[in-house]
Design a protein around this ligand. Structure first.
Ligand code: OGA
Ligand code: NI
Length: 336
């Protein structure tokens, strides 16, 4: 049987995927940053817990991002989720599109979305995850074990996110449950970035902020590609074995009254290897008011951000730059 020719099996990047000059990664190599903190979340005695909290807060101020290891998410839950996504992405695009239309999740193949006039160099699927039991029926049915495997992954990410939000709450001087109390794993987006004949002219994801509380990113297969803007310069995020990247979202920047920074980031492609990632966006419940926490605001520290309903926040989030998937929450949407 002849194998299907995929959109990315081309000798040069088609015009449709070439970004305006100012957005292109260009030829200049971007160094990998070895200083982004790697934080061990293993159970510690109290003194070490304080140190862990301190490191998380410092990383969130300096980079808006850190990596966690010893996080208690079982290895097989991660590898199974990655494997089932790989199976999904290797199905013919028409089949994936058909499947997405029928069940009500979103498939973005190479040409279904243009940011700044160019298409991203990736295959991507996305779907809501909360409430899990209501969303499941709108997830892929093929591969047949997708729902079971990804639900197990989401449950683990929910637990992990609650632990991290608890540590951040404590570090900010908020009640332990302040951030996690109404948080939900609301959205999953999974990416496959195929090898690209010219990574200097295109992007896996255009520069953006995540409008979540936090985003938990699994970098699947030892291939780098995530870059963060720090002090006006792009730096590469290394792939640390058995880790997750934790990214501070703009909602948490607001709640912390600017103490924690949400970083601008992008994804570049590479010529040799495909890269796969799973991002889960942790948001508070949509009926929350997004505002600086009262205990962080006083005469010396006036609120730097207005109080907004979630709906207004979605509108007002434009100053943070192009929106991402983080705000597509709640009920499954129809494909367009
Ligand atoms: C995102 C994102 C990073 C990656 O989906 O918002 O930034 O490495 N993904 O896939
Ligand atoms: Ni992002």
């Amino acid at each position: 049987m002849a194998t299907t020719r995929r959109w990315f099996n081309v000798e040069s990047v088609p015009q449709s995927h070439i970004f305006p000059l100012e957005d292109r990664p260009g030829q200049e190599p971007i160094p990998l940053c070895r200083k982004i903190p790697i934080i061990n979340l293993g159970q510690h005695p109290n003194s070490e817990r304080t140190d862990t909290i301190h490191r998380i807060i410092q990383a969130s101020q300096e980079y808006g991002l850190f990596q966690v290891i010893d996080h208690e998410v079982p290895e097989d839950v991660k590898t199974e989720a990655l494997r089932v996504l790989e199976e999904l992405f290797s199905m013919p695009s028409e089949e994936i599109s058909k499947e997405a239309k029928e069940s009500g999740w979103v498939y973005m193949g190479s040409t279904s979305f243009a940011a700044k006039g160019a298409h991203l160099w990736r295959d991507n699927i996305k779907h809501p995850c909360h409430p899990l039991e209501d969303c499941l029926q709108h997830w892929p049915q093929n591969p047949t074990r997708y729902r079971e495997v990804v639900a197990a992954y989401i449950e683990e990410i929910r637990r992990l996110s609650l632990r991290i939000l608890e540590l951040i709450s404590e570090g900010l001087g908020l009640d332990k449950g302040y951030l996690g109390g109404t948080s939900q794993v609301q959205f999953l987006t999974a990416n496959n970035y195929p090898p690209c004949p010219d990574p200097s002219v295109t992007l896996g994801v255009l520069r953006h902020f995540d409008h979540s509380l936090i985003t938990i990113l699994l970098q699947g297969n030892n291939v780098e590609g995530l870059q963060v803007l720090k002090d006006g310069k792009w730096i590469g995020v290394e792939v640390v074995p058995n880790s997750f990247v934790v990214n501070i979202g703009t909602q948490l920047e607001i709640i912390s009254n600017g103490r924690l920074k949400s970083p601008e980031h992008r994804v570049v492609t590479n010529a040799k290897q495909a890269r796969s990632t799973i991002a889960t966006f942790i948001n508070p419940s949509p009926d929350c008011i997004i505002q600086p926490a009262k205990v962080l605001v006083n005469e010396a520290n006036p609120p730097l951000y207005p109080s907004l309903s979630f709906k207004d926040f979605v509108h007002a989030s434009k100053p943070f730059g192009p929106s991402t998937d983080a705000l597509q929450i709640g009920v499954p949407s129809k494909n367009v």
